[in-house]
Design a protein. Structure first.
Length: 398
């Protein structure tokens, strides 16, 4: 919970569910020590919302064995909480937690929610974290694919991030039929990501700091440039944009090393003066995003990403900013088409980039409020909390 992901994609939901009257016990494995600033702030935040946090120390080494050790700790603690507090539901985020959840269902008879977050084992292969040529990884991959079906069959409810992933799972013809699956994407806190709440003075200060002129065209990218994102292809797109808009600048709002991004740009022949790299806290992101006219993200269109819901998309659309992204990632195509909130490209070729660049003037004519309405329809945190609440109440009623 002390990581940014926990603070954006776990805690806000739990706060909303606590306000709806659910008594929540939260078990997590933490890398940061108990005396760290992040740990203390999370502890205080959860206490304010009557969420009982039961953090365990994360074990990093040796690989595989450390995970087994942490899993044993989680099972032991979960079993203790279930017995002492008559817990009715165990809600497990992703596959490692689901190993504990399935064991608790079998041992204590609690309702089990498999919040899958994506095709975990396939992500490890697609991201080249595991290689099937390695016998150990091949064995681990097979183990998790087998467990995946076991989770789906035994779950009282499965949560999928996308309609695409739900369709894939239902086509597996697992029993019982139909599997109970709810689609809840990665939601955004639209109270935070709201252009109307961005202070103009703060924007001006950022423009001065980053040397952005009033006539500059700003293309933004939000987030880390890790396993799934395609910085080289995004820079290729920007190079095409720069040919038609020589006042364009590419703003990377990212914790990544600036030198790595500048080196990539240099290899593409993009002058450093057109690249801006800025690290930001969560509260600094909205005013930085507000500096851009258009935002971009390209994600590797591999099988596992059919189950992916990019959090950044909801945050960008919440700010009323049009997006340029690639197709064949989760429900992105359907959301862009339905919301009219941007453009998708089908191939990573110059001709596709030129077509998207030529369409930018049309994107800039879209009413930002209409884009935000699309964010509210697909990515509202309030809606996400209500969907989780409906699943909880349905299981408790049963």
């Amino acid at each position: 919970m002390t990581d940014p992901l926990g603070q954006s994609q776990v805690i806000p939901y739990l706060q909303g569910l606590s306000l709806k009257g659910h008594e929540i016990f939260l078990i997590s494995c933490e890398k940061k020590p108990a005396d760290s600033k992040d740990y203390k702030s999370v502890d205080l935040l959860l206490k304010e919302h009557n969420i009982r946090w039961l953090p365990l120390r994360y074990t990093s080494k040796p690989a595989v064995l450390s995970t087994i050790f942490d899993l044993k700790k989680i099972k032991r603690l979960a079993g203790k909480v279930i017995k002492e507090h008559a817990v009715e539901i165990i809600h497990c985020r992703s596959y490692i937690a689901a190993l504990a959840g399935l064991a608790m269902k079998k041992r204590h008879g609690v309702k089990f929610i498999f919040d899958m977050r994506g095709f975990y084992a396939d992500e490890r292969i697609d991201g080249k974290i595991w290689t099937l040529s390695n016998p150990v990884y091949k064995s681990v991959y097979s183990y998790f694919k087998k467990k995946e079906k076991e989770f789906l069959i035994n779950a009282d409810y499965t949560i999928s991030l996308t309609e695409q992933a739900k369709k894939i799972i239902l086509n597996w013809n697992l029993t019982p039929k139909p599997l109970p699956i709810a689609v809840i994407p990665c939601c955004a806190d639209l109270d935070v990501f709201d252009k109307n709440k961005v202070n103009e003075e703060t924007k001006t200060l950022w423009k001065e700091k980053l040397k952005i002129g009033d006539s500059d065209f700003i293309l933004s990218y939000l987030g880390s440039l890790g396993t799934w994102y395609m910085p080289n292809e995004m820079l290729d797109f920007f190079k095409v944009l720069l040919k038609k808009h020589d006042n364009a600048k590419f703003l990377f709002i990212t914790p990544d090393k600036p030198s790595d991004i500048f080196e990539m740009a240099l290899r593409k022949g993009i002058p450093a003066k057109h690249i801006i790299v800025q690290k930001a806290t969560r509260n600094e992101v909205p005013p930085l995003l507000a500096l851009s006219q258009v935002s971009i993200f390209f994600i590797k269109p591999v099988f596992s990403k059919k189950a992916s819901s990019p959090t950044k998309m909801g945050e960008i659309m919440g700010m009323g900013i049009p997006v340029i992204c690639n197709s064949n990632v989760g429900d992105v195509d359907a959301i862009v088409e339905s919301s009219k909130g941007g453009n998708t490209i089908n191939t990573f070729e110059e001709s596709s980039y030129e077509k998207a660049v030529d369409a930018i003037p049309k994107l800039l004519q879209i009413d930002p409020n209409e884009i935000r309405i699309g964010a509210e329809k697909f990515y509202s945190l309030k809606s996400g909390v209500e969907k989780y609440d409906a699943v909880y109440r349905r299981l408790i009623k049963e």
